[in-house]
Design a protein around this ligand. Sequence first.
Ligand SMILES: Cc1cc2nc3c(=O)[nH]c(=O)nc-3n(C[C@H](O)[C@H](O)[C@H](O)COP(=O)(O)OP(=O)(O)OC[C@H]3O[C@@H](n4cnc5c(N)ncnc54)[C@H](O)[C@@H]3O)c2cc1C
Length: 466
Amino acid sequence: MAGNRQKSPRETAAPKPSTASEVTNASATGGFAPTRRQALFGLAAAGAATGLSLNASREAQARSASSAHIVIAGAGAGGLTAASQLSRRMPNARITIIDRQEHHYFQPGYTLIGSGVWREGQVIDSTERFLPANVDWVRADIAEFDPEGNRVVTSTGQDIAYDFLIVAIGVHLDYEAVEGMERGLIGSHGIASIYAGPGEAATSWRLMEEFIENGGQGHFGRPASEMKCAGAPLKFALLTEDRLTTRGRRDGAELHYHAHNQGLFAVTPVNEKVRQIFENRGINARYEHVIHAVDPGNKRVTYRTPDGLAEFDYDFIHLVPPMRAPDAIVDSPLPWQDGPFAADSWLEVDMHNLQHRRYPNIFGIGDINGVPRGKTAASVKWQAPVAVTNLIDVIEGREMSASYNGYTSCPLVTRVGTAMLVEFDYDGNLTPSFPFIDPLQESWVSWVIEEKALLPTYNAMLRGYA
Ligand SMILES: Cc1cc2nc3c(=O)[nH]c(=O)nc-3n(C[C@H](O)[C@H](O)[C@H](O)COP(=O)(O)OP(=O)(O)OC[C@H]3O[C@@H](n4cnc5c(N)ncnc54)[C@H](O)[C@@H]3O)c2cc1C
């Protein structure tokens, strides 16, 4: 167990907490109070600005001497980041993290594997390496959430009570929601999908190479559901075009991108820029085309359109599945009951303070949150300190003091060697971290951030240093 490991000097040297109240009242809410400005650095941008980011967040850190039991559901980007932050800020708390995943995967690297820039092993790490010594790890899935009883039940039958719960269990990739599709088909019949994991991303690169060699009809697109890293499908289309061009095979391929609505990107100036790039590079954009079915044997794909079903031949398709909450959340009382996030059962949290709207001792971090935008690791970097700070405020009986503004970012790779560092908030405002990087300009600096700075910054985030 992680809890049996020796504490590192860093972990034992946590500053003394400033307050010492015990948790007794899990239902203390504290209203939402817009607060202090936090360091405005996204995950990618922070790679070049870690020092500044650290100082700003340290200043803002509230602590607690409470011995509450905090359960964290999920040990991915959000769960590990929360565990690291809580372990320092609540040294006396009992912290339990629940996830069966022994490996930790750096998902932003999947795009680079799928385009032959990185190898599979570069994104694979171990969960244990990022767990602080004072966090207990239960290696199981959560099968049941019981927020009325303040308990969860694991797939191995363990019944675990909590005082506070952080939900960070990510998304379910619903490949089966596309008629004729299942996850096991990735890598055959021209079907690529970098979303499923590092192995599938590597297989996607193999298929892309075959496509470069043989040419034909290339299909790309995104689902109509909320999705993690909405930039990745665009990046994959652009990288395919770039690989075809640099190998001198561009003339042998037609590329078609299928947008679920009338735009390629949710933020207007970025949408316009991507539209121009597609036009310049001969990528045909089809709007309001949502994938409905694949017929792998005949290499046919069908889209739902406002005019009915539209069917095409393909030779190479990058299939991004619809995404929804994992079953354990779907089957629980925790999702939104109505509104835009109800259909796919996203967690009902307040979009600013990240507290569950009906269960005040529950907070959400990351992809599972039913909030506009924000399904990126960059959002996790911003959401985790907000959820942890507000959780501590609730424990201490104070008004919640932290607020999330929807910040998210995406180094939108346009070729091997160039990217645009796009950062924006809930309102669709561009929020560039660096005055010298134009977010709408393709530049090698943004590529270096994607290729070199993102992984170390991400790892620092998992250790609570961001
Ligand atoms: C192809 C691709 C490209 C991306 N590119 C970028 C990028 O360029 N920039 C960026 O910022 N982000 C990017 N992302 C998104 C980023 O990786 C995610 O937003 C981030 O990992 C979300 O963190 P999370 O903790 O919410 O979910 P995850 O990191 O997915 O973790 C969820 C965890 O929950 C666990 N879990 C699931 N169900 C249960 C259960 N029932 N019980 C217990 N545990 C459970 C899982 O095992 C997993 O460990 C990309 C993602 C993909 C797939």
